[in-house]
Design a protein around this ligand. Sequence first.
Ligand SMILES: [Zn+2]
Length: 417
Amino acid sequence: MQLQTILNHVEHYKSFVYRRVAWDEQSEEPTLRVEIESRANGRPICSGCRQVRPGYDRLPERTWEFVPLWQIPVLFVYALRRVDCPDCGIVAERVPWSHGKHRQTRSYRWFLACWAKRLSWQEVAMVFHTSWDTVYRAVRYAVEWGVVHRDLSGVQALGIDEIQHQRGHHYLTLVYQIDGQIRRLLWVGQNRTREALESFFELCGDEILPTLKFVCSDMWQPYLDVIRARAGDAVQILDRYHIMAKMNKAIDEIRAGEARRLKEDGYEPVLKHSRWCLLKRKENLTTKQTVKLRDLLRYNLKTVRAYLSREEFQRFWTYESVAWARKFLREWCTRTMRSGLTPLKKVARSLREHEDLLLNWFKAHGEISAGAVEGLNLKAKLTMRKAFGFRTFEGIETALYHQLGHLPEPEFTHKFC
Ligand SMILES: [Zn+2]
């Protein structure tokens, strides 16, 4: 069997034929050259307007990188025709394997992009003997294609989250779809400002608003304002994960302060190594941590009181009746305000302020998944950690869309990856 037969099997073009396959004399490492010709009766297509146009002349031969075969690089070789187009002037023809000035064929770029979901970009570049930059551009290309071709109809619930990137106080605003079957990243915005979220609604609002029922976020005021203004018909919900995260932060602050004080006063360091047994969910504790927690609970420490207070608050999410949930919330806040646990009091105060939004949680009972935003946030963090090496917003944006966007891909006769 000839290589042309295989090529026709994986990628067949109506108006072009694979002619000769030979070693490339100019390459240092063994490289295959696949010469392509236009069919005698095939007339060129204008790359500007995609109409069949009369030929004008031929450009010198050029090459495109195709998917490597058994780790042997493969080059497509073809001399582009120029067309004389009444609308676009004298321009190069359109060829099905590539467009524009890209040095890689479409298939090869999708191939690299696909691998870049499984490996880091650096690894992909290494494995396929190409540059990091080529991999990045392939991913960017796949993301741009996917964003244009994705379907945003039927989105019912949004989750809005912010995430820290780089060191220091750089934030991104992430908007997820968190309903029913599909959980995906819809949008990445620079900063966590009012403007950042505004531009999401600017861009996707028309498509999303008609079916939107719930919007879930944390208590960050700029977000709350934009949601109210832009998606007023949807029920606004405070995300459970964010609230519990705030409480954990408060507990951690109390623990750190208390541990320092105990040490200064010369007491036994009972709080040493206690951080995770206080912050983790009970069912996730290791045996050692469970023992440590049991031990800690015997002391009348502020940390322990804060811990118990948070555990008690978990009950809030299990109520069936809004009225009882409201009663519980108010009592919990009153008790906490009297507790002398300053960081936790701050949380209680903001919960009080947002009582209505908190109680909206029960309107969405069962309709949106409680852990959706948390799960996606975790994945986003992982992607960013793997994504070190590119510091620009565009790089991070591309990586996040690629991993979390569930973006569509074109149909190919053959799947290379
Ligand atoms: Zn044209």
